[in-house]
Design a protein around this ligand. Structure first.
Ligand SMILES: [Zn+2]
Length: 130
């Protein structure tokens, strides 16, 4: 009898640890979303009014380069933000941690390293090899 109780208590503990880990991942994703939104708002306010009015070609080139760099950074941030928001949506629908491709659970270690992963490792590798 005691053994059974221990077993039940043990599996309950596992479930709660699992939930706890999920909560932690969710918190990390929410923190990441906040950070990305802040960064995006900062890249947005950079003034580029003087572009094209420089006296030196080199200055314009540098300016254009800086702008291209900002744009790339911004696109990168937006892509990340979308991944993070998608992951947060999956928490709501209860599909978080499940592979989009095969429906199996994604390895917790993988989620820890990449909280917004949508594919399990083998599906990811399969996709990359195509
Ligand atoms: Zn998969």
């Amino acid at each position: 009898m005691d053994v059974i109780i221990e077993l039940i208590a043990g599996s309950l503990k596992e479930v709660s640890e699992m939930t706890h880990k999920r909560e932690k991942l969710k918190m990390r994703l929410e923190a990441e979303r906040g950070r990305l939104l802040t960064e995006l708002s900062q890249t947005n306010v950079v003034e580029r009014d003087n572009l094209g009015y420089g006296n030196h070609m080199a200055d314009d080139a540098t300016e254009a380069f800086e702008q291209a760099k900002d744009l790339a950074l911004r696109q990168n941030l937006e892509r990340l933000l979308k991944q993070v928001e998608d992951a947060l949506k999956r928490f709501e629908t209860g599909t978080y941690g499940l592979c989009e491709q095969c429906g199996k659970e994604i390895d917790p270690a993988r989620l820890k390293a990449l909280p917004y992963a949508t594919l399990c490792l083998s599906c990811q590798q399969h996709r990359e090899s195509r």
